[in-house]
Design a protein around this ligand. Structure first.
Ligand code: ZN
Length: 505
């Protein structure tokens, strides 16, 4: 009896552990007007006459997303729908039942988007580009769980013409796929594309890496783009000694395409996804493929810095999450051969040192970065450059004091291993304790001064690795490299110390 009782108590828990949702995404010949029709079917815990569904009205800074939703239709009579944007919710009234089945349409809410509207659903006759969170509604009884919910979702792609490209972060070119995993960090951190995308594939240690891209780009060499992407990915996975996820996708799409020279800039945005990342860029005669290579090096590094080494304190640790990411975007481009030592020195001077010293908020304390990160561009960029320069300072300290047998690279790999353990994350304290094991000295004072307080680093040549000097005679310091480039490159990259890549367990 006791056993039976326990079993009865456990049953609802077990049944609720992995809820299932069925989706069908339907093609229409005129997607720009009809939208993608999504049919959802879910079994609720109890028979009710209404069910709440989650649909975020704001995703990654993109507001009013419920405007992209419409065309609600229940399976039979008796269905009614109420959209509540403030609660990120659609209320579905239905006959008293446990099986709720209805459909809705996801459309663009403007004929053309601006270059900054990168996260709105794009659904046109030629292609679609929709975040998972803006494609699939999930019932509130799953979403509202205090711990991150897990779910099973089957997705069927219905009626798409033969040859129509269908690709997403979980599957490629299939008409039926099943997802099992976490809601927020996996199912909703995803991207679905289709239509005139061009799909390419290469492998790293037998794991597929997809490149899904579209658009006719100015000054563009597709094989060259794919090659430098492969070069970056190989250098980074080798660096972390990590074979990467079972599949990975880099998405690349144009935002606003112009053929004239009215706007001389390039606006490129990158965002990390589960098992990949996306880039979206303006496309005009001023396209810079150097900027693009920097972007994919930076975005890819977030798989580790920010992804596996997760900061516990949000923007307060952006000096690390963005700054050290930026530092390694440059250092790994030197490592992969994408930049020569001369080009690396030039880029580090122009993009990091000069940008920091020209920033009007350069000496503001770290806590103000948190307050103003999203409000001010100068504050938003500050942790990138301050952190990158501090990383260079620390890297030099470790190289020098270890007699060029260890570098910041070793510290980063050790940090990753520590943060991969359950419940572990990045904190200033963990970082400082680890740095102490490399330097045999506590750098809390320097950390407080240069990172938290925002004081300029007083560069002295004896502190730098042999071959580097910092010219401080001008208001903006200038990094210089002396002696044979190959010897300095080898010393700085600490090529002898690095181990062979190994597959992830
Ligand atoms: Zn970043």
């Amino acid at each position: 009896m006791k056993l039976l009782l326990i079993f009865c108590c456990l049953l609802p828990l077990l049944a609720g552990a992995q809820p299932r949702i069925g989706y069908e995404v339907h093609y229409a010949p005129h997607l720009s007007t009809e939208g993608l029709r999504v049919q959802v079917q879910v079994r609720t815990p109890r028979a009710e006459d209404s069910t709440y569904f989650h649909f975020a009205n704001e995703v990654w800074g993109e507001p009013d997303l419920l405007r992209c939703l419409g065309g609600f239709a229940g399976e039979g009579a008796g269905y009614r729908f109420r959209v509540v944007p403030d609660s990120n919710r659609v209320v579905v009234y239905h006959p008293r039942t446990r099986v709720v089945r209805f459909s809705y349409r996801v459309r663009q809410d403007a004929a053309e988007y601006t270059r900054d509207q990168v996260n709105r659903p794009r659904v046109t006759d030629a292609y679609f580009h929709v975040l998972g969170e803006s494609l699939f509604m999930v019932p509130d009884f799953i979403v509202s769980s205090p711990v991150e919910p897990r779910l099973t979702a089957t997705i069927r792609w219905v009626g798409f013409p033969p040859g129509y490209v269908l690709h997403n972060t979980f599957a490629s070119q299939v008409t039926e796929q099943t997802f099992r995993g976490r809601l927020w960090t996996e199912f909703y951190r995803s991207l679905y594309v289709g239509g005139d995308y061009r799909l390419h594939q290469f492998r790293y240690q037998n794991r597929p890496v997809y490149v899904a891209l579209r658009g006719e780009w100015h000054h563009y060499d597709e094989p060259g783009f794919l090659l430098s992407l492969q070069q970056a990915l190989t250098a980074q996975r080798d660096f972390w000694q990590d074979a990467g996820p079972t599949r990975y996708t880099v998405f690349m799409s144009p935002t606003v395409t112009t053929t004239d020279t009215t706007w001389r800039g390039q606006s490129i945005r990158g965002e990390g996804l589960y098992q990949g990342f996306k880039l979206q860029s303006t496309n005009n005669p001023f396209n810079s493929w150097d900027l693009l290579r920097y972007m994919f090096n930076h975005e890819m590094l977030h798989d580790w810095i920010g992804g596996q080494i997760r900061g516990a304190h949000g923007e307060l640790t952006n000096w690390f999450t963005e700054g050290f990411t930026d530092y390694y975007a440059y250092k790994n481009r030197l490592r992969s051969g994408d930049l020569t030592l001369e080009a690396w020195v030039k880029a580090f001077n122009e993009d990091v040192i000069q940008q920091l010293y020209k920033n009007p908020e350069r000496n503001q304390p770290n806590y103000l970065i948190k307050d103003n990160y999203w409000k001010s561009r100068a504050f938003g960029k500050l942790p990138y450059r301050r952190g990158a320069l501090f990383a260079f300072w620390l890297d030099n300290q470790i190289l020098k004091r270890s007699g060029y047998t260890r570098s910041l690279d070793d510290l980063m790999r050790e940090l990753r291993q520590a943060c991969l353990l359950p419940g572990q994350s990045f904190t200033d304290e963990r970082f400082l304790a680890l740095a102490q094991t490399y330097l045999h000295e506590d750098i809390s004072y320097e950390f407080q001064k240069y990172i938290l307080h925002g004081t300029d680093i007083p560069w002295t040549t004896p502190e730098l690795a042999e071959g580097f000097t910092m010219d401080t005679t001008q208001p903006i310091p200038v990094l210089k490299a002396a002696g044979p480039a190959s010897a300095l490159r080898e010393r700085y990259l600490n090529t002898k110390g690095s181990a062979k890549p190994v597959a992830r367990q």
